[in-house]
Design a protein. Structure first.
Length: 658
């Protein structure tokens, strides 16, 4: 069922129509001669009481059934007859025949069947719409993340303004515990920010000057002054909402199969109704009322309601579940294909690693590691060099107490020096060692040779005119990467890595993460060739990259996954976007893909199996055995089928993606 064609449909409308129709159906049942005969009771009689079923049945048909008639007209106008067409045929045939019987035609009217059919159909649609709306609730929750007001920073004061009035470049004050109103960059203050509702990452993120923040995230205990860099549809939150909406509106391969099945089922049902009418008319002595009853029952029970709901509801739930876990699905076909991937190819820089220099090892000669680090950090404290910053950051992370350094000076191309106490401490590379005419101890020389072979940067710490240690730096491996690789390997996936870095660097990272297959020194324009090479034996490849220079490879892959989209979700080359920079999201995608497909197949099997069994019963093939399926029971069974499909889809929410 295509909900986009019936935009006016909503749970509240169906709920209102159901309850009124249900109320009117009770007296119809009480005053139905058939029901009285079945239950062996006599309803109170008064002048005109015999017209109660006809009058109330007509009201139910016009009030409750009108929504189906309008939708059927839309389906026929689009030349896509489907569920609404079948429902309308069933209730129209029942209504027309009952009117004729009420005004003198020989036979048994269908007022009670008509009333219960419309009421039960309204109940089924109400439950369906409520389920779909509930599944799409994440969009409404996302929309609620942004506050209505923000505190605008003026020259000497602040002013409360509407968030909608904020402009690029303006400054806003985000107080502790407040929600960040727009994407921006911190220009003053430090704090921890909770971005879990946007990225799926539960740990609060440290923010300081020059850090980017996302609108909708919750500020921690520090006050931040933020310069707005994005507003409106350009913000991360708006981008995430658009991706969720697009994914829920797009069609997967399974949905296309379901739509085609529903379309053909319409003709199968109509054909079965015609065959039923002809068969009972020419090959039996049954009455006209019995034949019409069979035709109506076939049309009622053949409605592909459950089939129409089978895939869309699962999709709505899966894309919502994905968004809550920081997995943004741009193309549903990508999520559907992820279950079949054989190889996961990671780009190294910015994906498995942070893309920034960091200390990975410290080797010392007769001195404690922390003492060497403290000396190096004290010298480098005032330096702006990236390596210096990495050393200082690492030392501060270990909460080392830094001694005071005096007379800092940079030594161009060689390093830096400063006076600590009564000693001059030097930090630098091989040229510094040459200039100072120092010799490396053999054990340190071996460690340095190995580190250089791995592509690491080595800086020496010199104190009292001797080398007291060496600090090795490299592109820092994300702490989550090892678990991400292990999870995929445990799931039976081949994991490979590609990088533009030298083989030594690639070998070191691969060894650290347990990756057996890697491709080094690959230029950006050649990354797609690596994907093709992996696909050559028929393997399905998922490419994971940062979406910048990886675009051709992401497009070439069977599934393209862009990582680290916390502040930029408009990555056109990927089918799936990870809102955070955590590569463990790739394993979550595989788990969700398998669970989603499993639910889709279960629902399709139930829906099509139900119709395959129910249509012959509705046509009356078991009449010879004394069993005849009435239209009302047919309506009950059809609605139960819908409820089973809806309930089964809800179990997808319980899937553990961790």
């Amino acid at each position: 069922m295509d909900h986009t064609k019936h935009a006016e449909h909503n749970p509240d409308m169906f709920k209102k129509k159901f309850w009124l129709s249900f109320t009117l159906t009770i007296p119809v049942l009480i005053y139905s001669q058939t029901v009285q005969g079945l239950l062996n009771f006599t309803a109170p009689s008064f002048p005109g009481s015999k017209w109660i079923p006809a009058v109330l049945g007509t009201i139910i048909f016009l009030y409750g059934g009108l929504v189906f008639l309008k939708s059927a007209k839309a389906e026929l106008s689009a030349r896509l007859p489907g569920m609404m067409t079948l429902i309308s045929l069933a209730i129209t045939v029942a209504f027309g025949y009952s009117i004729a019987v009420s005004f003198g035609l020989m036979g048994m009217d269908f007022w009670w069947e008509l009333a219960t059919l419309v009421t039960i159909m309204l109940l089924g649609h109400w439950l369906e719409m409520a389920s779909v709306q509930n599944a799409q609730g994440a969009l409404h929750e996302l929309a609620k993340l942004l506050p209505d007001e923000a505190e605008l920073v003026l020259r000497n004061s602040t002013k409360i303004v509407a968030v909608t009035s904020l402009k690029l470049g303006e400054l806003i004050l985000v107080r502790p515990g407040s929600t960040i109103p727009m994407d921006g960059v911190v220009i003053k203050g430090e704090s921890k920010v909770n971005e879990s509702m946007l990225t799926g990452e539960s740990k609060a993120v440290d923010k300081a000057v020059k850090s980017f923040v996302i609108g909708g995230a919750i500020n921690g205990s520090g006050a931040l002054t933020v310069k707005i860099t994005k507003v409106g549809s350009d913000t991360a939150l708006a981008g995430i909402m658009k991706l969720v909406t697009d994914a829920q509106n797009s069609k997967s391969k399974t949905q296309i199969v379901a739509d085609r099945a529903a379309f053909y089922l319409t003709f199968v049902a109509l054909g079965a109704a015609v065959v039923t009418a002809i068969g009972w008319t020419f090959f039996s002595d049954r009455s006209v009322s019995f034949i019409i009853e069979r035709v109506v029952t076939v049309l009622v029970i053949a409605c592909p309601h459950a089939l129409g709901l089978a895939v869309p509801l699962v999709t709505a739930i899966s894309t919502t579940l994905a968004a809550k876990n920081g997995l943004l699905i741009r193309e549903r076909t990508a999520l559907e294909s992820a279950r079949n991937i054989d190889v996961v190819l990671f780009d190294k820089t910015g994906t498995l690693t942070k893309g920034e220099q960091g200390v990975v090892d410290v080797v010392t000669i007769g001195t404690k590691i922390n003492d060497v680090l403290a000396l190096a950090a004290a010298v480098e404290l005032e330096s702006e060099h990236p390596i210096a910053k990495a050393i200082v950051k690492f030392a501060k992370g270990k909460k080392l107490r830094l001694v005071t350094a005096k007379k800092f000076s940079a030594m161009s191309g060689r390093g830096a020096k400063a006076i600590i106490g009564f000693d001059t401490v030097y930090i630098g590379g091989p040229r510094l060692i040459e200039e100072l005419s120092l010799k490396l101890p053999s054990n340190l020389e071996t460690a340095v040779t190995n580190a250089s072979g791995d592509g690491k940067t080595v800086v020496y710490v010199v104190s009292s005119k001797k080398v007291v240690g060496a600090i090795m730096l490299a592109d820092v491996i994300r702490p989550e990467s090892k678990e991400a690789v292990y999870s995929l390997q445990r799931a039976g996936k081949r994991v490979a890595m590609l990088t533009g870095d030298a083989k030594g660097v690639a070998a070191w990272v691969s060894n650290e993460l347990g990756i057996k297959e890697f491709f080094a020194e690959v230029l950006p324009e050649n990354k797609a060739d690596v994907v093709r090479k992996l696909q050559a034996d028929g393997s399905k490849v998922a490419m994971v990259g940062d979406g910048v220079n990886d675009a051709p490879a992401l497009t070439q892959a069977d599934v393209g996954i862009a990582i680290g989209a916390g502040t930029d979700v408009a990555i056109e080359s990927a089918g799936i976007v990870l809102a955070s920079s955590d590569p463990r999201g790739v394993a979550k995608i595989v788990i969700l893909s398998k669970a989603t497909y499993r639910k889709m197949i279960q629902n399709l099997a139930w829906a099509t199996g139900y119709n395959a069994l129910a249509i012959p019963l509705a046509a009356g093939v078991t009449a010879g055995l004394g069993f005849v399926l009435s239209p009302a029971i047919g309506a009950v069974l059809m609605s139960l089928s819908t409820i089973v499909v809806a309930a089964n889809a809800q179990f997808l929410r319980k899937v553990d993606l961790i």
